[in-house]
Design a protein around this ligand. Structure first.
Ligand SMILES: [Zn+2]
Length: 78
C-alpha cells in the first residue's frame, strides 16, 4: 500500500509542478489527466509510457497534463 507521506510528494510526471495523484484500488490516478499508474511491489511506476490512458483518450497529446518543453532542454527544439 502507498503511504500517505509518499502520496503527498508524488506528482503526475507530465505536469510535476501541480498535479497530485490519488490511490485507486490497484493503481494511482492523476487527478487532472486521469492517467493510471500501476503499482508494482508496493511502488508506483510513474512512467508515462507504461501508464494507462483514461477512457476515450487515444494519445498522451490529448491529455490536460502536458510536459513543459523548456524543462527538457534542447531535446525537443526543432
Ligand atoms: Zn496528469
Amino acid at each position: 500500500m502507498i503511504s500517505q507521506d509518499l502520496l503527498d510528494i508524488l506528482r503526475c510526471p507530465l505536469d510535476p509542478s501541480k498535479t497530485r495523484l490519488r490511490v485507486q484500488e490497484d493503481h494511482l490516478e492523476c487527478e487532472r489527466c486521469a492517467l493510471r499508474f500501476l503499482i508494482k511491489d508496493g511502488f508506483p511506476v510513474l512512467v508515462v509510457e507504461e501508464a494507462g490512458l483514461p477512457a476515450g483518450c487515444e494519445s498522451i497529446g490529448q491529455l490536460p497534463c502536458q510536459r513543459e518543453p523548456k524543462t527538457v532542454g534542447a531535446a525537443n527544439v526543432k
